[in-house]
Ligand binder design. Structure first.
Ligand code: CO
Ligand code: ZN
Length: 332
């Protein structure tokens, strides 16, 4: 599974520019589904039909394939570029880093001279330098989007990459498809677009599929680093079952079902109350007349930095928990 995680996390795909990561995931899942389609907004949807049994439900599992990044807003005569954030980008994580555009062009993030060095630079004080001699020969145009670059690393059980949010969710969905032998349910594995901007991919896919239940698989924050905000989740303590975040209260039936299956299978789990941020489940919940929605969260350090860290056992246990949920009738 680590090979898949490396491939997925190193791929390019800021919100709205998911073509490369979509093609990569498409190749990975081609032989694992009964039907694979790309919908009109670009989300990739793989259907595994029920293998028979009573009480079949339509289940939607969703992980977003887009990543945070930057978009060029202005290029000066010397070829230096200013940029807007795509999703939640923290300037503290940027200086000295590099970005990559869709055509493979690499840029370095520089910072202008600042009068007050006691304050962190703002996004407006940063620029991208692709090594261009001037504007005329700069290969990048206003509106081009870039993602951050950083290699995947296995630190011995703890995995680090630029886009654990949410390629780790994508990898968990793929691994679940690999291990899933049979299920009474029609299962839609959705790799959504534009989560980091508007959640539009999950919202439209949920409308299209009209599932009985929807589960987002995404990262969440932790409280286990020095002077971290007080939060009960930690790396290595099992997948987190969402109770609440800034955008939703998880459907109680879905939450209870996840807890029940984890306890039956003796899979470690944590309960998640996240103060800031939300996931695709926010919008699946408010699609149509309301789709009971929840979230299986992977505890992650340094979310929205180029070095997001997860625990491999949490990843494996997330797959186990999904398989346990899909194996039995879903009563909520
Ligand atoms: Co995110
Ligand atoms: Zn995410």
């Amino acid at each position: 599974m680590k090979d898949t995680i490396k491939k997925l996390t190193e791929a390019y795909g800021p919100s709205g520019y998911e073509q490369q990561i979509r093609e990569l995931i498409h190749t990975e899942i081609n032989n694992l589904a009964d039907e694979v389609t790309v919908n009109r907004l670009g989300s990739l949807i793989a259907l595994r039909r029920s293998t028979g049994g009573d009480q079949a439900s339509k289940v939607m599992l969703v992980a977003h394939m887009d990543e945070i990044g930057v978009m060029v807003t202005h290029i000066d005569e010397k070829g230096f570029m200013r940029f807007a954030p795509i999703g939640g980008v923290n300037p503290l994580t940027l200086t000295g880093g590099r970005v990559k555009f869709g055509d493979g062009t690499t840029g370095v993030i520089g910072v202008e001279k600042r009068e007050d060095l006691s304050k962190a630079p703002t996004l407006a004080q940063l620029y991208i330098d692709v090594g261009a001699k001037n504007k005329a020969t700069c290969p990048i145009k206003v509106g081009d989007a870039a993602g951050f670059t950083r290699p995947f690393e296995d630190l011995g059980g703890r995995l680090v990459a630029k886009t654990m949010d949410d390629r780790i969710g994508c990898a968990i969905l793929i691994e679940t498809m690999r291990q899933l032998k049979k299920s009474p349910h029609d299962i839609y594995f959705v790799f959504s677009v534009q989560e980091e901007m508007t959640l539009a991919g999950a919202q439209t896919a949920a409308y299209q599929i009209a599932p009985d239940i929807a589960l987002a698989v995404d990262v969440t924050g932790v409280g286990d680093t020095p002077e971290a905000p007080k939060m009960a989740t930690a790396l290595g303590q099992g997948p987190a079952i969402k109770v609440k975040d800034a955008g939703m209260i998880a459907h109680r039936g879905v939450k209870e079902l996840m807890i029940k299956r984890a306890e039956e299978k003796k899979i470690p789990y944590q309960l998640e109350v996240l103060l800031g941020g939300t996931t695709d489940a926010k919008v699946t919940q408010t699609t149509r007349e309301g789709i009971p929605s929840g979230c299986l969260s992977i505890p992650c350090r340094y979310v929205h930095s180029p070095s997001e860290m997860v625990d491999y056992q949490d990843v494996l246990n997330s797959v186990k928990l999904l398989l346990a949920i899909l194996a039995k009738p879903i009563e909520i």
